[in-house]
Design a protein around this ligand. Structure first.
Ligand code: PGA
Length: 249
């Protein structure tokens, strides 16, 4: 059994104070923490203080939303894995569609980021997903398959890699694919991972992301080969996030 993962992607929301308040509120929730794994992917500016607030608590892991693949150097505005680790970060999202599309990140760049994360002992949440036009043209599996092939480094293992399937048309729109559509894509991803990474691919966790909320989490998370969720909008308050976590236990 894979312990489910619920990852929050806060995007460009929350000051340091708002981030730490969220953590303090979440820490008060009763839970058998062995049953679900929570990852909070916060803006860079909040990570250090959140790391302090989480120190000694293993129930929530800290994640970043991006990184740069070089260790250091003249790369204005970039953040390295070493800098993230020093804040207590254990996870990092790579290849989110908002970076692939909005910041022209190619599969090759996503792969370099995942590789840099793995080398430094960070775990990567690698995002894949099709646009609405691609789905309408029946290209979903082709697009996702190509992203998987080109974005995943060679040495991925179940412990250091989680795949998030996020149909781009479902992100922030309130639209979600049907359970059958999710099952089809996740089944396809599982088969691809198994073929390439053998046992490790069988055990890698696959998250669904895109308009997950309390009211649809139970249905989406019960789909075969869905091992958790990547949550944007509904992760911004504990009141919205908690019901999603609860569906996993
Ligand atoms: P959403 O975002 O839950 O607001 O749709 C998900 C994501 O972008 O990871």
């Amino acid at each position: 059994m894979k312990e489910p993962v619920v990852a929050a992607n806060w995007k460009m929301y929350k000051t340091i104070e708002e981030s730490v308040n969220f953590v303090e509120k979440l820490k008060k929730k009763p839970l058998d923490w062995d049953e679900v794994h929570i990852i909070l992917c916060a803006p860079y500016t909040s990570l250090f203080e959140m790391g302090n607030s989480l120190r000694g608590d293993s129930f929530v892991n800290l994640g970043a939303q991006n990184l740069y693949w070089e260790q250091e150097g003249a790369f204005t505005g970039e953040i390295s894995v070493g800098m993230l680790k020093a804040c207590g970060v254990e996870w990092v999202i790579v290849g989110h569609s908002e970076r692939r599309a909005g910041h022209k990140e190619s599969n090759k760049m996503v792969r370099a980021k995942a590789e840099a994360a793995h080398k430094a002992g960070l775990r990567a949440i690698v995002c894949v997903g099709e646009t609405s036009a691609e789905r309408k043209r029946g290209k979903t599996l082709e697009v996702v398959g190509k992203q998987l092939t080109l974005s995943l480094p060679r040495n991925c293992i179940a412990k250091n890699t989680v795949i998030a399937y996020e149909p781009i048309w479902a992100i922030g729109t309130g639209l979600t694919p049907t359970a059958d559509d999710v099952a089809e894509v996740h089944g396809f991803i599982r088969a691809r991972l198994q073929r390439r990474f053998r046992d490790q691919g069988v055990n890698m966790r696959l998250l669904y992301g895109g308009s997950v909320k309390g009211s649809n989490a139970a249905e989406l998370l019960s789909v075969r080969n869905v091992n958790g969720a990547l949550v944007g909008g509904a992760s911004l308050t504990v009141a919205d996030f908690w019901p999603i976590v609860r569906t996993c236990i």
